[in-house]
Design a protein around this ligand. Structure first.
Ligand code: TYM
Length: 346
């Protein structure tokens, strides 16, 4: 049976606590896109070793993330959820694709500049990170990549790499398109609303974590930085604090921003911030409850990840095979598990 639905692929790093930003640009979109296509969601553990990390913590946070993905609504029957390190094709594809990735373009990646700034030790992996990400996407002959705004530049690089490979070695990859949220593509830090809410760079008060208890969430919104002019109006350049809160409220309740502006016209900042906090508590509390239940059954999580890895391997291997073949590597009989298969659409 051929599946004509679009292929969906996205990845998310296991290290660090997942924020409301990750929910808005990531989780929320994963759950929506699993309805539209044949979806693959990858816990990108290989990406997480590109900055300083703790091996014990990586192990725990990988299982945390698996539980959180299912808790937020991914359905193991419909979506393939798996760990990047369980599908060796990812690491291999990254090396092969590095042949068609430009050093100059990698140096222009803003995430590399942000994460390497002021650090004494910058790993080679942090620099080549986008090549691994390109491989993630391209191995699955992906049509749609649901991501937040901060991944735009990396997706553009993946498209360039695919085109260069296709041009140099013959049509091998589909060219993927990004899927970005209309509202909430870039949730900002509650304390510094001109900066992105980030797992690694935000302060404890500036970031809302998906597993924060309700009272912690309320407190963070109460102390969120707002603007001097007391008017609840959406204007990201002039009023970044209030605009961010309006976006968050819209993400949490599904109400359009214009409607929220009308509803809170004349309200004080204190009242508005409290309402946003309550909306986020309502959004995250059930996810947190499901997370606690799923996380306590580690064997079941590992079983689900094993099923996901098996499905992912079956799809990724034929593409990897085609890459080796087209790049001129010698093939041997039965040398590779899925040697006879062809990538989807080729
Ligand atoms: P990561 O793990 O940093 O983030 C996961 C997803 O969350 C989104 N996101 C945000 N969206 C809105 N507002 C924010 N403040 C915010 N912060 C994070 C990200 O855009 C992302 O969609 N390089 C990727 C992981 C990756 C990947 C891939 C993604 C590896 N391979 C292949 C897609 C396809 C990353 O570090 O995301």
């Amino acid at each position: 049976m051929t599946d004509n639905r679009p292929r969906v692929f996205s990845g998310i790093q296991p290290t660090g606590r997942k924020t409301l930003g990750n929910y808005s640009g990531g989780f929320r979109q994963y759950v929506q896109t699993q309805e539209q296509g044949d979806a693959f969601f990858c816990i990108v553990d290989l990406h997480s070793i590109t900055v300083d990390y703790d091996p014990t913590e990586l192990h725990e946070s990988t299982l945390d993330l698996a539980a959180l993905l299912f808790a937020s609504g991914l359905d193991a029957e419909r979506s393939t959820v798996f760990c990047q390190s369980h599908v060796t094709a990812h690491a291999e594809a990254a090396w092969l694709l590095s042949a068609v990735t430009s050093y100059g373009q990698l140096g222009r990646m803003t995430q590399f500049k942000d994460k390497s700034a002021g650090r004494e030790f910058v790993s080679a992996g942090l620099f080549t990170y986008p090549v691994l990400m390109a491989g993630d996407i391209l191995l699955y002959q992906t049509d749609l990549v649901p991501i937040g705004d901060d991944q735009r530049q990396h997706l553009e690089l993946a498209r360039d790499v695919a085109e260069r490979f296709n041009h140099r070695f013959g049509e091998t990859f589909r060219i993927p398109e990004g899927v970005f949220p209309e509202i909430g593509g870039r949730i900002m830090d509650l304390q510094e609303p001109t900066k992105k809410m980030s797992t690694t760079l935000s302060s404890e008060q500036g970031a809302v974590y998906m597993t924060d208890p309700p009272d912690a969430i309320r407190k963070k919104f109460k102390s969120a930085v707002t603007d001097s002019e007391r008017e609840i109006r959406y204007d990201p350049d002039g009023k970044p604090g209030i605009s961010n809160l309006l976006e968050i409220m819209s993400v949490a309740t599904g109400e359009p921003i214009a409607e929220l502006e009308r509803r809170f016209a004349g309200a004080g900042y204190g009242e508005f911030k409290e309402a946003v906090g309550e909306a986020v508590v309502e959004l995250l509390a059930p996810i947190r409850e499901r997370f606690e239940a799923l996380r306590s059954d580690e064997r079941e999580l590992q079983r689900l990840l094993a099923v996901g890895a098996e499905k992912a391997r079956r799809v990724a291997e034929p593409t990897l095979e085609a890459m080796y073949e087209r790049m001129g590597f010698v093939q041997v009989e039965a040398g590779r598990l899925f040697g006879a298969a062809r990538p989807r659409g080729l």
